[in-house]
Design a protein around this ligand. Sequence first.
Ligand SMILES: [Zn+2]
Length: 72
Amino acid sequence: MGKAHVAMPRVKSNDLRNRKPVPCPKCGHRFIDRALSTVIKIIALLEYSQAEPDLYAKCYNCGTELGIRKLG
Ligand SMILES: [Zn+2]
């Protein structure tokens, strides 16, 4: 993180400042970004029945399906 030089498509600096990477709970790979003001909870597949996710995503690193619940 920080000022490491990584080959990535150019993104307006404004965009990155307003995002927070959310790591996959299983492998730690960044699988989604959230807005700074957005509070989310990552829900594992087995917990779907207890906490209904608003969104579903799949980590493309380890293949784990994850639910995302928006809390605010
Ligand atoms: Zn993963």
